[in-house]
Design a protein around this ligand. Structure first.
Ligand code: GDP
Length: 425
């Protein structure tokens, strides 16, 4: 029996969703253990093309149980919209293939309001939030000012709890931001219309996972975003508000006894970053535009153009190290087929000195990249399925990355479709 976590090595958008979709074939349960609907996993399979935000990417495989663990930011309104969208393309989503932890905290519309109001207050110092309420949500959770999904089974206690919380929340909305307070009617509407709809999915998922594990079922833990957005290990404060690390999976999934045998770090063959914050290897101008177009680098949630750059070996090595990745899936290699010469960020210059160590977040702001160029292959590789059939330059590129990050690259993805994959083991 072996469990696996699929996590991001970079800034997110590495293609974790496509790897989970591919690998769910081998797993019985897929669990999302952190984050909310603020990012998107794009999955293309025989059922169509989907942008998932909160739903686990195992939702397309029949026989797979998908779980939203206690560590996620569970927005009932947005989750139901997403469920309806996916269902409209013929995917069945019922309590037989989706469960929500009764210990997951609920994200309310006031969290989204707070996110927007704070970004507005910050003006040009904003974090570039997707305004899905994630930061206000996690900060409320840590202040013990959220309600849990399981409270939906205790309607009277739930309402009393919510009224207390909103009395407190309204103070901030009104006095700090000059915003209108939430009324009792609005809160009741949210409970009766949005929360009621998720109730059939809410269960003791901790017990389910324990039983599943004891009966020999294989569990896949799915992360959102990447190492560099981790609250503790990322480019703070331009991080997300949860832990994107494989090490957090046992806690955020609701299965603290989980033994994770395999950590697959998903790493992009070049770099992208959405939102604000230091991005040392960032490219600009025509070269950047060409790469953005070739990789279709526009956010799945917001449509925002992603910032792009060459693969950053310094950041990727750090990403592998903090995720404790046992193997790497290198994605989007096909996108680089358009380049005569491929730039690679091999080191940083920090305080006038070259380094291959990822520095403290504040030092990143003045760090400069050392860029080297390797020969491109200039051939369409999207149909290749064997590593030895890749052009030599492409093989060399993969091997160069493997050596630099110190982790075996077992998967090379050459297209967004499920089957566009080279397996090297
Ligand atoms: P995630 O959040 O890590 O799942 O990543 P996103 O879904 O935000 O971004 C990855 C994007 O790249 C999606 O649009 C995928 O369909 C696409 N993609 C994934 N792997 C490949 C690949 O190997 N080649 C190409 N061309 N696109 C890919």
């Amino acid at each position: 029996m072996s469990n696996c976590a699929i996590v991001g090595i970079n800034w997110g958008d590495e293609g974790k969703g496509r790897m989970v979709d591919l690998l769910t074939e081998r797993y019985d349960v897929v669990v999302r253990f952190q984050g909310g609907g603020n990012a998107g996993h794009t999955v293309e399979n025989d059922l169509g093309k989907f942008a998932l935000h909160l739903l686990p990417s195992g939702i397309f495989r029949s026989g797979v149980m998908n779980i939203l663990g206690n560590g996620v930011a569970l927005d009932p309104e947005n989750l139901m919209t997403e469920i309806e969208e996916v269902r409209s393309k013929g995917v069945s989503i019922t309590p037989d293939n989706l469960m929500i932890s009764d210990r997951a905290s609920l994200l309310g519309p006031w969290h989204r309001d707070m996110d927007e109001l704070e970004e507005m207050r910050l003006k040009d110092k904003k974090y570039g939030s997707t305004k899905q309420g994630i930061a206000p949500f996690y900060s409320d959770k840590h202040q013990k000012k959220t309600v849990l999904a399981g409270e939906l089974f205790y309607p009277e206690k739930l309402m009393a709890h919510l009224i207390d919380i909103m009395e407190w929340k309204n103070l901030t909305l009104e006095l700090v931001y000059g915003y209108k307070p939430y009324t009792l009617e609005q809160i009741e509407k949210w409970v009766n219309e949005s929360c009621e709809k998720i109730k059939p999915f809410v269960a003791d998922t901790g017990a389910y996972l324990k039983n599943a594990s004891e009966s020999g079922k294989q569990i896949l833990f799915e992360a959102q975003l990447g190492s560099l957005r981790d609250l503790d290990y990322g480019i703070y404060p331009y991080t997300t508000s949860s832990n994107t690390m494989a090490a957090y999976a046992p806690i955020g999934s609701g299965f603290p006894a989980a033994k994770i045998d395999d950590v697959i770090g998903v790493c992009k063959a070049y770099s992208t970053c959405v939102g604000e914050g230091p991005f040392v290897c960032e490219m600009s101008g025509e070269e950047a535009e060409k790469l953005r177009e070739a990789g279709n680098e526009y956010g799945a949630k917001t449509g925002r153009p992603r910032r792009v750059g060459p693969i950053d070996l310094v950041a990727s090595r750090y990403g592998v190290e903090v995720q404790v990745a046992t193997e790497v899936a290198l994605t989007k290699l096909d996108v680089l087929s358009c380049m005569d010469e491929i730039p690679v960020c091999t080191k940083y210059i920090v305080d006038g000195k070259e380094t291959d160590r990822f520095p403290f977040p504040l030092a990143l702001e003045d760090a400069k990249p050392v860029i080297e160029y390797v020969k491109g292959w200039k051939k369409d590789i999207s149909g290749v399925r064997e590593f030895s059939e890749l052009p030599e330059e492409a093989q060399d590129y993969v091997i160069m990355i493997e050596k630099a990050i110190g982790c075996p690259i077992s998967y090379v993805s050459v297209g967004p479709e499920r089957e566009s994959i080279i397996i090297r083991k």
